[in-house]
Ligand binder design. Structure first.
Ligand SMILES: NC(=O)c1ccc[n+]([C@@H]2O[C@H](COP(=O)([O-])OP(=O)(O)OC[C@H]3O[C@@H](n4cnc5c(N)ncnc54)[C@H](OP(=O)(O)O)[C@@H]3O)[C@@H](O)[C@H]2O)c1
Length: 323
């Protein structure tokens, strides 16, 4: 089988190699999947660089999520031809993986495998952001930055379904009309004027939830927009800048500064909860209510082009590897 691997952490383009690895036979309870698609997520790049929440055991296979088709099974409940997403970190940048059946979520028939390849991480993160803290009542505003990211787009779709209104900050003004068409209630450019514009728009109706995927100045803008006692949740750090929290926002405004790592939820939530949440998210994908744009697809052998595409600023959608 073919798999992308790295033998030392570093810049992905420098350390990643496409290697031929001998396939092994299945143990009891395991499933062999042919990978249909796997996205290149920011977390994958951080994992290869050695800057992620789990350290790679070298040599390591990247690819934190993906969708595949069962080609062989020794696990009850799985037969060849069925499609599933991996809920574990199995190294999906490969043409096949072997995983315990218990680490799979079986997909509904008819779901687009390219969309399903992105089901595990971004939609579930958006779900937990909206349901795992203090969920506000319908009609309330929430605010987020990097609103055109995979997570941000899922937040817009899920919030709309919950009757919440989204105030979305983006780096590029040309994204405004598209995000409004996809259900965003307001879109502002994430610059020094954003807070004043947002305050004019919100009036007394300040949000009680803010989702931060950027850090630095942008994260501070979200804090300034929150209502007293509001919850500020950091899930990403695209600017690679730390949070600076003015003392007054903690003392006088009583903000709650929290974080979310979806891996922790996947590893600790009861299986029935995972099935319920992924079942609802998969149904939304199947109906087209939850759609993540795809910038390009590449074969494994084109991984250098895929990495360059994933690192490019202004990319519209995910880069997927289709082994
Ligand atoms: N905590 C968790 O469990 C969890 C789960 C999922 C994702 N994440 C994190 O969430 C973040 C977004 O992930 P994603 O998969 O949704 O991303 P994505 O779809 O690849 O989108 C990346 C976003 O980041 C913006 N961006 C890129 N470079 C930036 C910079 N230097 N400063 C500010 N913004 C920048 C992009 O804006 P442009 O389009 O304008 O370039 C775009 O909005 C990442 O940090 C990822 O690791 C965390």
């Amino acid at each position: 089988m073919n798999a992308l691997r790295f033998h030392q952490c570093g810049r992905p383009g420098d350390v990643l190699r496409l290697e031929r690895i001998e396939a092994r036979s299945l143990a009891e309870g395991e499933v062999r999947l042919r990978i249909l698609a796997a996205p290149v997520n920011p977390a994958d790049l951080n994992f290869i660089e050695g800057n992620y929440g789990v350290q790679a055991e070298l040599p390591a296979r990247p690819g934190g999520e993906g969708c595949g088709e069962v080609v062989e099974s020794r696990a009850p409940g799985f037969v060849p031809g069925e499609r599933a997403v991996l809920l574990c970190r199995a190294g999906t940048w490969a043409d096949e993986v072997i995983v315990p059946g218990g680490d799979l979520f079986k997909l509904p028939t008819g779901i687009d495998p390219l969309q399903a390849a992105m089901l595990k991480v971004n939609p579930a993160t958006a779900w937990r952001l909206l349901h795992g803290f203090a969920t506000p009542p319908p009609g309330s505003w929430i605010v987020q930055n990097s609103a055109n990211s995979g997570v941000g787009r899922c937040v817009i779709a899920l919030a709309r379904r919950m009757g919440l209104r989204t105030l979305n900050l983006v780096r590029r003004p040309e994204l405004r009309d598209e995000l409004l068409a996809r259900g965003a209630d307001a879109v502002l450019v994430d610059d020094a004027s954003a807070v004043e514009q947002a305050v004019d728009l919100l009036g007394e109706n300040r949000p009680s939830l803010a989702f931060n995927g950027v850090g630095g100045e942008s994260a501070l803008r979200l804090m300034n927009l929150l209502a007293p006692g509001g919850v500020h949740i950091t899930y990403g750090a695209m600017s690679r800048r730390p949070l600076t929290v003015p003392n007054g926002l903690l003392i006088f405004k009583d903000l709650r500064i929290q974080g979310l790592w979806i891996t922790r939820w996947i590893e600790s939530a009861p299986r029935a909860e995972l099935d319920a949440v992924y079942g609802r998210l998969a149904a939304m994908m199947l109906s087209g209510e939850l759609l993540l744009p795809i910038a390009a697809t590449h074969a494994l052998g084109e991984f250098q082009v895929a990495l360059e595409g994933a690192a490019a600023s202004g990319r519209d959608g995910k880069i997927l590897l289709v082994p």
